[in-house]
Design a protein around this ligand. Sequence first.
Ligand code: 5GP
Length: 213
Amino acid sequence: MKGSLIVVSAPSGAGKTSLTHAAIDRLAAINHDVTFSVSYTTRDPRPGEHDGQDYHFVSMDRFEAMIADGAFLEHAQVFDRRYGTGRQRTLEALDQGQDVVLDIDWQGAQQVRAAYPDAVLIYVLPPSVEILRERLAGRGQDSETVIARRMEAAAAEMSHWPEYDYVIVNDHFDTAVEDLVALLRAARLRRCQAQDGPVGALARTLAKNPSLP
Ligand code: 5GP
């Protein structure tokens, strides 16, 4: 059975990363085979980030060579940095029956939708503009101008939520995790995913024996 390609997008400050990691842990605990895609980026690592774990940190030259080789499933420019999802690793994981969660922006989501119409697109929204502002203001060390720029970027990103299949409002964290788990469980039960597995075997038997004893 092939895995499902799952896109999760959100503005920064919506809590997407903790949400997706918590959902993946919950699914792993019930043997739902799911993996988180590690993107390539040209930006520098932030404190606490590790190469190969949070991102594959690469130079602009390497990134451009990868584009030329067709090595990306999708890629985009976010602010002045480049981000992309590796094609080979993702397709191999799907072929092996693993669901793959891509934490990518709206530009990447549009490319995935065009190339893989069966992909499931999920948008995570913050509960309110006030709460988003509080989260983006961080520990009060940033200027009003910096916060205003972050709010503007968040608004531009959020304007794309109607292009997605599902929307989760990250109001109560545990409920939002449950919602995300439910969507990944449902994606796995779709007919297009199931037809190669036990459901397919049963369907083929039924087609050969329309009148079962
Ligand atoms: P950050 O630099 O804060 O980790 O990520 C900035 C933005 O880039 C986030 O919206 C994130 O979802 C997006 N992003 C991360 N990896 C990828 C990717 O591989 N492709 C695309 N299109 N966007 C990505």
